[in-house]
Design a protein around this ligand. Structure first.
Ligand SMILES: NC(=O)C1=CN([C@@H]2O[C@H](COP(=O)(O)OP(=O)(O)OC[C@H]3O[C@@H](n4cnc5c(N)ncnc54)[C@H](O)[C@@H]3O)[C@@H](O)[C@H]2O)C=CC1
Ligand SMILES: O=C1[C@@H](O)[C@H](O)[C@@H](O)[C@H](O)[C@H]1O
Length: 336
């Protein structure tokens, strides 16, 4: 079975996912696209030979030729499109963050619970990355003992134009919130945010920030988010256990020792660092839809939990205090 996909938003990541669904992923065909910038949508459709350009996302979602929807527009637009896809009974992949507020995520949870089945998958692609999967295998095997401390580093060379100080938490650190919950299999219980001296490349932006997170088990996590560090896109993670440590390796890096020095490449951006993770993410999404019809990846609940932690960290940033994470009760739908 070929899954006929409609893509909403063909900006930086939307066009990359359109390419991926067209040229890399098996069993998928992109039959429709849309974007508020219609010229961009028409150009993308022409480039990737997509049959239909819709004037709006709502029109695309109700198109009978579209079996499944990929939402790749800006964060504040996600809720409208995810709710419409659930109402239409169509599987929907939604880029992170699922929504900008916990309340918006709760409305998606309510809609899915009322529909009685899971339709949403959130674009937390790190769960599909080879290095993160290998790290989780080591943690789950128990050989390093119980995790006590995790160090996370999330560095970007430059910052997208739409970024505000809050975005370091809602747009960047949200990946750490999800991957920590997945890696350690437990919830984050408190957040604290430290505000170092600002990077001169960041203008008015509070960049970098340091977060301290406490996990349900008592493990402590430190997270550095830097958005203007110029040298490259660098994601690091080290789990310190009772008997040893496990860290993400540098992906596919060749280390060259030459002329009195050592060099190894650093990715330019997230597209390069996570390119294969995005490929696997979409292949597994398409396979699940073509198979059981139920997406197997990060759920609406995962998107909600990450949004609550982000919201809690924003409060910690505003108040300068350690702030507790409060989740609503998890519906049984997300235990399946
Ligand atoms: N998983 C990941 O690693 C990444 C995820 N993202 C996420 O993807 C989303 C898009 O980010 P980018 O592609 O970087 O932004 P972008 O600004 O490059 O592209 C967004 C596109 O959405 C369109 N758009 C905006 N509102 C719309 C609406 N109401 N209906 C239809 N189209 C609309 C814009 O015209 C633009 O073409 C964000 O939620 C971002 O957080 C972005 C980069 C990496
Ligand atoms: O999601 C992403 C971007 O939106 C965000 O701006 C970057 O900081 C992240 O590393 C990238 O994965």
């Amino acid at each position: 079975m070929t899954v006929r996909v409609g893509v909403i938003g063909v900006g930086t990541i939307g066009e990359d996912h359109l390419r991926r669904l067209t040229q890399v992923v098996a069993g998928a065909e992109v039959v429709a696209v849309t974007d508020v910038d219609l010229d961009r949508a028409r150009a993308a459709a022409a480039k990737y030979d997509v049959a239909t350009v819709h004037l709006t996302g709502q029109e695309l979602i109700s198109d009978p030729e579209v079996d499944a929807v990929a939402v790749c527009s800006w964060g504040p637009t996600h809720e409208e499109y995810v709710l419409a896809s659930i109402a239409a009974g169509k599987p929907v992949f939604c880029e992170k963050p699922l929504a900008e507020t916990p309340e918006a995520c709760e409305r998606m949870i309510e809609a899915e619970v009322s529909a009685g089945r899971r339709l949403v998958q959130v674009g937390f692609m790190r769960r599909y990355d080879r290095a993160y999967r290998a790290l989780k295998d080591v943690v789950d095997a128990g050989s390093i003992g119980a995790p006590l401390i995790v160090h996370c580093v999330h560095r970007n060379p430059t910052v997208p134009g739409y970024f505000q100080s809050e975005s370091l938490i809602t747009d960047a650190a949200v990946h750490e919130f999800d991957i920590l919950r997945w890696l350690l299999g437990e919830e984050i219980t408190t957040t604290s945010v430290l505000v170092p001296k600002r990077n001169r490349h960041g203008g008015d932006l509070q960049d970098p920030v340091m977060l301290i997170l406490e996990m349900d088990s008592g493990a402590i996590v430190d997270v550095e988010i830097s958005m203007n560090i110029r040298y490259g896109y660098d994601i690091q993670g080290t789990v310190v256990g009772e008997d040893g440590t496990a860290a993400l390796g540098d992906q596919d890096a060749v280390v060259v020792r030459l002329a009195g020095g050592t060099t190894s490449p650093v990715a330019a951006d997230w597209r390069e660092r996570f390119s294969r993770a995005y490929d696997v993410e979409f292949q597994e999404w398409i396979d699940a839809i073509a198979g059981s019809g139920v997406p197997a990846g990060p759920t609406t609940w995962d998107g909600y939990a990450a949004a609550v932690v982000a919201n809690t960290a924003l409060e910690a940033l505003r108040t300068g205090t350690r702030t507790s994470v409060k989740l609503v009760e998890k519906p049984a739908l997300y235990d399946q």
